[in-house]
Design a protein around this ligand. Structure first.
Ligand SMILES: *Cc1c(COP(=O)(O)O)cnc(C)c1O
Length: 395
Protein backbone atom coordinates (compact mmCIF):
# COMPACT_ATOMS: atom_id res chain seq x y z
CA UNK A 1 0.00 0.00 0.00
CA UNK A 2 2.92 2.32 -0.71
CA UNK A 3 3.35 4.82 -3.55
CA UNK A 4 4.50 2.09 -5.96
CA UNK A 5 5.59 -0.48 -6.83
CA UNK A 6 2.58 -2.35 -5.48
CA UNK A 7 1.31 -5.93 -5.82
CA UNK A 8 0.87 -6.89 -9.46
CA UNK A 9 -2.41 -8.29 -10.74
CA UNK A 10 -2.12 -12.12 -10.77
CA UNK A 11 -3.18 -12.14 -14.42
CA UNK A 12 -0.13 -10.03 -15.26
CA UNK A 13 2.16 -12.42 -13.40
CA UNK A 14 0.66 -15.39 -15.25
CA UNK A 15 1.05 -13.66 -18.60
CA UNK A 16 4.71 -13.04 -17.84
CA UNK A 17 5.38 -16.71 -17.27
CA UNK A 18 4.44 -17.63 -20.85
CA UNK A 19 7.12 -19.17 -23.10
CA UNK A 20 9.33 -16.84 -25.17
CA UNK A 21 9.03 -16.50 -28.95
CA UNK A 22 11.55 -15.14 -31.45
CA UNK A 23 11.43 -11.43 -32.07
CA UNK A 24 10.26 -11.81 -35.68
CA UNK A 25 7.91 -14.70 -34.98
CA UNK A 26 4.57 -13.59 -36.46
CA UNK A 27 3.04 -14.21 -33.03
CA UNK A 28 5.49 -11.75 -31.50
CA UNK A 29 5.07 -9.01 -34.12
CA UNK A 30 1.30 -9.46 -33.80
CA UNK A 31 1.64 -9.00 -30.02
CA UNK A 32 3.65 -5.84 -30.63
CA UNK A 33 0.98 -4.42 -32.94
CA UNK A 34 -1.73 -5.42 -30.52
CA UNK A 35 0.12 -3.78 -27.62
CA UNK A 36 0.42 -0.54 -29.60
CA UNK A 37 -3.33 -0.53 -30.19
CA UNK A 38 -4.10 -1.35 -26.54
CA UNK A 39 -1.95 1.52 -25.30
CA UNK A 40 -3.66 3.92 -27.70
CA UNK A 41 -6.76 3.09 -25.67
CA UNK A 42 -4.98 3.59 -22.36
CA UNK A 43 -3.40 6.93 -23.36
CA UNK A 44 -6.61 7.95 -25.20
CA UNK A 45 -4.85 8.78 -28.42
CA UNK A 46 -4.88 8.02 -32.12
CA UNK A 47 -1.08 8.34 -32.27
CA UNK A 48 0.39 5.69 -34.55
CA UNK A 49 3.65 6.04 -32.57
CA UNK A 50 2.51 4.33 -29.38
CA UNK A 51 4.85 1.62 -28.10
CA UNK A 52 6.93 0.29 -25.22
CA UNK A 53 10.41 1.43 -24.26
CA UNK A 54 12.28 -1.36 -22.46
CA UNK A 55 13.32 -0.24 -19.00
CA UNK A 56 11.58 1.35 -16.03
CA UNK A 57 9.55 4.55 -16.34
CA UNK A 58 12.72 6.59 -16.30
CA UNK A 59 13.78 4.86 -19.52
CA UNK A 60 10.66 6.27 -21.15
CA UNK A 61 11.48 9.74 -19.82
CA UNK A 62 15.06 9.52 -21.09
CA UNK A 63 13.93 8.26 -24.50
CA UNK A 64 11.45 11.11 -24.88
CA UNK A 65 13.79 13.86 -23.72
CA UNK A 66 17.00 12.74 -25.42
CA UNK A 67 15.11 12.17 -28.68
CA UNK A 68 13.08 15.39 -28.66
CA UNK A 69 15.78 17.75 -27.35
CA UNK A 70 18.89 18.53 -29.36
CA UNK A 71 21.84 19.94 -27.43
CA UNK A 72 21.22 23.64 -26.89
CA UNK A 73 17.42 23.39 -27.26
CA UNK A 74 15.54 25.30 -24.59
CA UNK A 75 13.21 23.32 -22.36
CA UNK A 76 10.90 24.62 -19.62
CA UNK A 77 10.38 22.36 -16.59
CA UNK A 78 7.88 23.46 -13.93
CA UNK A 79 8.93 21.68 -10.72
CA UNK A 80 6.49 20.86 -7.92
CA UNK A 81 8.09 17.68 -6.55
CA UNK A 82 10.86 15.13 -6.89
CA UNK A 83 10.03 14.02 -10.41
CA UNK A 84 10.11 17.55 -11.85
CA UNK A 85 13.71 17.69 -10.66
CA UNK A 86 14.26 14.38 -12.46
CA UNK A 87 12.94 15.76 -15.78
CA UNK A 88 15.25 18.78 -15.44
CA UNK A 89 18.22 16.54 -14.61
CA UNK A 90 17.63 14.24 -17.59
CA UNK A 91 17.10 17.19 -19.96
CA UNK A 92 20.35 18.77 -18.72
CA UNK A 93 22.25 15.53 -19.38
CA UNK A 94 20.74 15.51 -22.90
CA UNK A 95 22.55 18.83 -23.38
CA UNK A 96 19.43 21.00 -23.40
CA UNK A 97 19.32 24.52 -22.01
CA UNK A 98 17.07 23.87 -19.03
CA UNK A 99 14.86 26.55 -17.50
CA UNK A 100 12.93 25.68 -14.36
CA UNK A 101 10.22 27.29 -12.29
CA UNK A 102 9.67 25.98 -8.77
CA UNK A 103 6.88 26.12 -6.25
CA UNK A 104 6.63 24.66 -2.77
CA UNK A 105 5.94 20.88 -2.69
CA UNK A 106 2.26 20.12 -2.19
CA UNK A 107 0.90 22.68 -4.67
CA UNK A 108 0.48 22.94 -8.46
CA UNK A 109 1.06 25.66 -11.08
CA UNK A 110 -1.73 27.77 -12.57
CA UNK A 111 -1.99 27.61 -16.36
CA UNK A 112 -1.34 31.39 -16.39
CA UNK A 113 1.96 30.95 -14.52
CA UNK A 114 3.10 28.33 -17.03
CA UNK A 115 2.11 30.51 -19.97
CA UNK A 116 4.05 33.46 -18.47
CA UNK A 117 7.12 31.24 -18.14
CA UNK A 118 6.71 30.04 -21.74
CA UNK A 119 6.63 33.65 -22.96
CA UNK A 120 9.79 34.43 -20.95
CA UNK A 121 11.76 31.31 -21.89
CA UNK A 122 10.51 30.60 -25.47
CA UNK A 123 11.27 26.88 -25.07
CA UNK A 124 11.18 24.21 -27.77
CA UNK A 125 9.57 21.86 -25.25
CA UNK A 126 7.46 22.06 -22.10
CA UNK A 127 8.22 19.04 -19.88
CA UNK A 128 5.96 18.63 -16.88
CA UNK A 129 5.04 15.79 -14.54
CA UNK A 130 1.33 14.95 -14.31
CA UNK A 131 0.92 13.21 -10.93
CA UNK A 132 4.02 13.66 -8.78
CA UNK A 133 3.83 10.82 -6.26
CA UNK A 134 6.42 12.53 -4.07
CA UNK A 135 3.85 15.17 -3.12
CA UNK A 136 0.62 13.28 -4.00
CA UNK A 137 -0.76 16.10 -6.16
CA UNK A 138 -1.47 16.20 -9.91
CA UNK A 139 -0.72 19.18 -12.12
CA UNK A 140 -3.79 20.05 -14.26
CA UNK A 141 -2.76 19.61 -17.89
CA UNK A 142 -6.02 20.21 -19.74
CA UNK A 143 -5.35 23.90 -20.52
CA UNK A 144 -1.64 23.57 -21.28
CA UNK A 145 -1.96 21.99 -24.73
CA UNK A 146 -3.71 25.03 -26.17
CA UNK A 147 -1.07 27.29 -24.61
CA UNK A 148 1.76 25.22 -26.11
CA UNK A 149 0.02 25.23 -29.49
CA UNK A 150 -0.31 29.04 -29.36
CA UNK A 151 3.40 29.45 -28.69
CA UNK A 152 4.70 26.69 -30.97
CA UNK A 153 6.01 24.57 -28.08
CA UNK A 154 6.04 20.76 -27.95
CA UNK A 155 4.29 19.39 -24.84
CA UNK A 156 5.61 16.36 -22.92
CA UNK A 157 4.36 14.82 -19.68
CA UNK A 158 5.33 11.96 -17.35
CA UNK A 159 2.14 10.10 -16.41
CA UNK A 160 3.84 7.16 -14.69
CA UNK A 161 2.06 7.66 -11.40
CA UNK A 162 -1.30 8.89 -12.66
CA UNK A 163 -2.19 6.87 -15.78
CA UNK A 164 -5.07 4.47 -15.28
CA UNK A 165 -6.11 5.96 -11.95
CA UNK A 166 -6.74 9.60 -12.82
CA UNK A 167 -8.32 11.24 -15.87
CA UNK A 168 -5.79 11.63 -18.69
CA UNK A 169 -6.55 12.56 -22.30
CA UNK A 170 -3.49 12.58 -24.54
CA UNK A 171 -5.21 13.90 -27.67
CA UNK A 172 -7.95 16.04 -26.14
CA UNK A 173 -5.39 17.81 -23.94
CA UNK A 174 -2.99 18.40 -26.83
CA UNK A 175 -0.02 16.35 -25.63
CA UNK A 176 2.87 15.64 -28.04
CA UNK A 177 4.60 13.06 -25.89
CA UNK A 178 3.72 11.06 -22.81
CA UNK A 179 5.54 8.28 -20.97
CA UNK A 180 4.47 5.90 -18.23
CA UNK A 181 5.38 2.75 -16.31
CA UNK A 182 3.50 -0.33 -15.16
CA UNK A 183 4.08 -0.35 -11.40
CA UNK A 184 1.53 2.23 -10.28
CA UNK A 185 -2.12 2.15 -11.40
CA UNK A 186 -1.47 -0.30 -14.25
CA UNK A 187 -1.03 -3.24 -11.90
CA UNK A 188 2.23 -4.60 -13.27
CA UNK A 189 5.90 -4.78 -12.33
CA UNK A 190 8.41 -2.03 -13.09
CA UNK A 191 10.45 -2.62 -16.24
CA UNK A 192 8.44 -1.42 -19.22
CA UNK A 193 7.68 2.16 -20.21
CA UNK A 194 4.65 2.74 -22.47
CA UNK A 195 5.21 5.84 -24.60
CA UNK A 196 3.19 7.77 -27.15
CA UNK A 197 4.27 10.49 -29.62
CA UNK A 198 2.11 12.81 -31.69
CA UNK A 199 2.83 13.12 -35.43
CA UNK A 200 4.50 16.48 -34.66
CA UNK A 201 6.81 14.83 -32.13
CA UNK A 202 7.57 11.98 -34.56
CA UNK A 203 8.62 14.57 -37.15
CA UNK A 204 10.99 16.16 -34.64
CA UNK A 205 12.49 12.77 -33.77
CA UNK A 206 12.86 11.64 -37.37
CA UNK A 207 14.69 14.85 -38.25
CA UNK A 208 17.38 13.78 -35.77
CA UNK A 209 17.35 9.99 -36.03
CA UNK A 210 20.13 8.08 -37.71
CA UNK A 211 20.19 4.36 -38.57
CA UNK A 212 23.21 2.63 -37.02
CA UNK A 213 25.99 1.12 -39.10
CA UNK A 214 25.53 -2.60 -39.64
CA UNK A 215 21.83 -2.44 -40.46
CA UNK A 216 21.91 0.63 -42.72
CA UNK A 217 20.73 0.34 -46.31
CA UNK A 218 21.46 2.57 -49.29
CA UNK A 219 19.54 5.80 -48.99
CA UNK A 220 19.44 5.85 -45.16
CA UNK A 221 20.58 9.21 -43.85
CA UNK A 222 23.64 9.33 -41.66
CA UNK A 223 23.64 12.39 -39.46
CA UNK A 224 26.62 14.22 -38.12
CA UNK A 225 24.79 14.89 -34.86
CA UNK A 226 22.52 11.92 -34.22
CA UNK A 227 20.39 11.51 -31.10
CA UNK A 228 22.95 11.09 -28.34
CA UNK A 229 21.69 7.76 -27.07
CA UNK A 230 21.54 4.72 -29.29
CA UNK A 231 19.34 2.67 -26.94
CA UNK A 232 16.86 5.54 -26.50
CA UNK A 233 16.86 6.77 -30.12
CA UNK A 234 13.10 6.82 -30.65
CA UNK A 235 13.63 7.03 -34.41
CA UNK A 236 15.27 3.61 -34.43
CA UNK A 237 12.80 2.27 -31.88
CA UNK A 238 9.95 3.42 -34.15
CA UNK A 239 11.58 1.65 -37.10
CA UNK A 240 11.65 -1.53 -34.99
CA UNK A 241 8.00 -1.27 -33.94
CA UNK A 242 6.85 0.03 -37.33
CA UNK A 243 6.47 -1.62 -40.72
CA UNK A 244 10.20 -1.58 -41.45
CA UNK A 245 10.79 -3.94 -38.47
CA UNK A 246 14.37 -2.75 -38.51
CA UNK A 247 16.29 -4.57 -35.81
CA UNK A 248 17.32 -2.46 -32.84
CA UNK A 249 17.40 -3.99 -29.33
CA UNK A 250 15.72 -7.34 -28.63
CA UNK A 251 12.28 -6.49 -27.32
CA UNK A 252 11.97 -7.58 -23.66
CA UNK A 253 9.53 -10.37 -24.44
CA UNK A 254 8.26 -11.19 -20.94
CA UNK A 255 7.85 -7.50 -20.12
CA UNK A 256 5.81 -7.10 -23.30
CA UNK A 257 3.54 -9.95 -22.19
CA UNK A 258 3.14 -8.15 -18.86
CA UNK A 259 2.55 -4.71 -20.34
CA UNK A 260 0.03 -6.11 -22.80
CA UNK A 261 -1.88 -7.81 -19.98
CA UNK A 262 -1.90 -4.58 -17.92
CA UNK A 263 -3.55 -2.73 -20.80
CA UNK A 264 -5.99 -5.57 -21.50
CA UNK A 265 -7.08 -5.55 -17.85
CA UNK A 266 -7.64 -1.78 -17.87
CA UNK A 267 -9.55 -1.75 -21.15
CA UNK A 268 -11.68 -4.75 -20.13
CA UNK A 269 -12.63 -2.90 -16.98
CA UNK A 270 -13.07 0.33 -18.98
CA UNK A 271 -10.80 3.33 -18.46
CA UNK A 272 -13.55 5.43 -16.88
CA UNK A 273 -14.52 2.61 -14.52
CA UNK A 274 -10.90 2.03 -13.51
CA UNK A 275 -10.38 5.74 -12.86
CA UNK A 276 -13.56 5.86 -10.82
CA UNK A 277 -12.45 2.81 -8.81
CA UNK A 278 -9.24 4.67 -7.92
CA UNK A 279 -11.25 7.76 -7.02
CA UNK A 280 -13.52 5.77 -4.70
CA UNK A 281 -10.82 3.86 -2.82
CA UNK A 282 -8.63 6.96 -2.63
CA UNK A 283 -11.55 8.89 -1.11
CA UNK A 284 -12.19 6.09 1.40
CA UNK A 285 -8.51 6.01 2.43
CA UNK A 286 -8.48 9.79 2.83
CA UNK A 287 -11.64 9.75 4.95
CA UNK A 288 -10.15 6.90 6.97
CA UNK A 289 -6.90 8.64 7.87
CA UNK A 290 -8.88 11.74 8.80
CA UNK A 291 -11.20 9.53 10.83
CA UNK A 292 -8.14 8.46 12.81
CA UNK A 293 -7.48 12.13 13.53
CA UNK A 294 -4.49 12.37 11.18
CA UNK A 295 -3.80 15.31 8.90
CA UNK A 296 -3.71 14.99 5.11
CA UNK A 297 -0.82 16.66 3.22
CA UNK A 298 -1.04 18.71 0.01
CA UNK A 299 -3.43 20.83 -2.03
CA UNK A 300 -6.85 19.19 -1.51
CA UNK A 301 -8.26 20.41 -4.81
CA UNK A 302 -5.51 18.69 -6.83
CA UNK A 303 -4.99 15.40 -5.04
CA UNK A 304 -4.10 12.32 -7.04
CA UNK A 305 -6.72 9.58 -6.63
CA UNK A 306 -4.22 6.85 -5.94
CA UNK A 307 -1.97 8.09 -3.15
CA UNK A 308 -2.66 10.03 0.01
CA UNK A 309 -0.02 11.97 1.93
CA UNK A 310 -0.38 11.85 5.71
CA UNK A 311 1.49 14.24 8.00
CA UNK A 312 3.39 12.20 10.58
CA UNK A 313 2.11 13.43 13.97
CA UNK A 314 4.54 15.09 16.39
CA UNK A 315 6.11 12.58 18.73
CA UNK A 316 5.48 9.62 16.42
CA UNK A 317 8.46 7.82 14.90
CA UNK A 318 7.41 7.49 11.26
CA UNK A 319 9.93 4.81 10.34
CA UNK A 320 9.02 2.68 13.36
CA UNK A 321 5.35 2.82 12.35
CA UNK A 322 6.22 1.74 8.81
CA UNK A 323 8.41 -1.03 10.20
CA UNK A 324 5.67 -2.37 12.46
CA UNK A 325 3.08 -2.28 9.67
CA UNK A 326 5.41 -4.32 7.48
CA UNK A 327 6.58 -6.69 10.23
CA UNK A 328 3.25 -7.41 11.92
CA UNK A 329 0.75 -6.95 9.10
CA UNK A 330 2.81 -7.39 5.90
CA UNK A 331 1.57 -3.98 4.79
CA UNK A 332 4.03 -1.58 3.22
CA UNK A 333 3.51 2.19 3.20
CA UNK A 334 6.05 4.83 2.14
CA UNK A 335 7.53 8.05 3.34
CA UNK A 336 8.66 10.66 0.79
CA UNK A 337 11.78 12.33 -0.56
CA UNK A 338 13.74 15.53 -0.01
CA UNK A 339 11.91 18.14 2.06
CA UNK A 340 9.10 15.68 2.84
CA UNK A 341 11.32 12.80 3.98
CA UNK A 342 10.23 11.74 7.46
CA UNK A 343 7.49 14.40 7.44
CA UNK A 344 4.78 12.46 5.63
CA UNK A 345 3.72 8.92 4.98
CA UNK A 346 2.38 8.05 1.56
CA UNK A 347 -0.34 5.44 1.38
CA UNK A 348 -1.25 4.15 -2.06
CA UNK A 349 -4.53 2.72 -3.33
CA UNK A 350 -3.59 1.78 -6.86
CA UNK A 351 -3.78 -0.91 -9.49
CA UNK A 352 -4.58 -4.32 -8.05
CA UNK A 353 -4.49 -2.83 -4.54
CA UNK A 354 -7.24 -0.26 -5.13
CA UNK A 355 -9.82 -2.37 -3.31
CA UNK A 356 -12.12 -2.09 -0.32
CA UNK A 357 -10.50 -4.91 1.68
CA UNK A 358 -7.00 -3.46 1.33
CA UNK A 359 -8.20 0.01 2.38
CA UNK A 360 -10.05 -1.25 5.45
CA UNK A 361 -7.29 -3.64 6.54
CA UNK A 362 -4.64 -0.93 6.19
CA UNK A 363 -6.66 1.50 8.30
CA UNK A 364 -7.29 -1.12 10.99
CA UNK A 365 -3.59 -2.02 11.10
CA UNK A 366 -2.48 1.62 11.17
CA UNK A 367 -4.74 2.26 14.13
CA UNK A 368 -3.23 -0.59 16.10
CA UNK A 369 0.33 0.40 15.30
CA UNK A 370 -0.28 4.06 16.23
CA UNK A 371 -1.95 2.97 19.45
CA UNK A 372 1.10 0.86 20.33
CA UNK A 373 3.23 3.96 19.68
CA UNK A 374 1.24 5.74 22.37
CA UNK A 375 -0.56 8.02 19.92
CA UNK A 376 -4.07 8.92 21.04
CA UNK A 377 -6.72 8.46 18.38
CA UNK A 378 -10.40 7.76 17.84
CA UNK A 379 -11.01 4.05 18.36
CA UNK A 380 -12.32 2.49 15.14
CA UNK A 381 -12.56 5.94 13.57
CA UNK A 382 -10.56 5.10 10.47
CA UNK A 383 -12.41 1.99 9.36
CA UNK A 384 -15.78 3.58 10.22
CA UNK A 385 -15.11 6.72 8.16
CA UNK A 386 -13.96 4.67 5.17
CA UNK A 387 -17.01 2.40 5.44
CA UNK A 388 -19.22 5.50 5.48
CA UNK A 389 -17.70 6.53 2.15
CA UNK A 390 -18.46 3.11 0.68
CA UNK A 391 -21.99 3.13 2.11
CA UNK A 392 -22.76 6.61 0.77
CA UNK A 393 -21.48 5.69 -2.70
CA UNK A 394 -23.54 2.52 -2.74
CA UNK A 395 -26.70 4.42 -1.78
C1 LIG B 1 7.08 6.36 -9.58
C2 LIG B 1 7.39 7.39 -10.60
C3 LIG B 1 8.39 7.17 -11.56
C4 LIG B 1 9.17 5.89 -11.48
O1 LIG B 1 10.25 5.78 -12.34
P1 LIG B 1 10.99 4.35 -12.43
O2 LIG B 1 12.07 4.56 -13.39
O3 LIG B 1 9.96 3.36 -12.89
O4 LIG B 1 11.45 4.04 -11.04
C5 LIG B 1 8.59 8.12 -12.53
N1 LIG B 1 7.86 9.26 -12.54
C6 LIG B 1 6.89 9.51 -11.60
C7 LIG B 1 6.11 10.76 -11.67
C8 LIG B 1 6.65 8.58 -10.61
O5 LIG B 1 5.74 8.81 -9.68
Amino acid sequence: MGPGPVNADPRVLRAMSAQLVGQYDPAMTAYMNETMELYRGVFRTCNEATLLVDGTSRAGIEAALVSLLAPGDRVLVPIFGRFGHLLAEIARRAGAEVHTREIEWGGVFTAAAIERAIVEVRPALLAVVHGDTSTTVAQPLDELGAICERHGVLFYTDVTASLGGNPFEMDAWGLDAATAGLQKCLGGPSGSAPLSLSPRAVERVQARSSVEAGIRSAGDVVREHPIRSNYFDLGMILDYWGEKRLNHHTEATSMLYGARECARLLLEEGMDTAIDRHRLHGAAMLAGVEGLGLEVFGDRAHRMHNVVGVSIPDGVNGDRVRGALLEDFAIEIGTSFGPLHGRIWRIGTMGYNARRDTVLTTLAALEQVLRAEGHRLTAGGGVAAARDVYASEAA
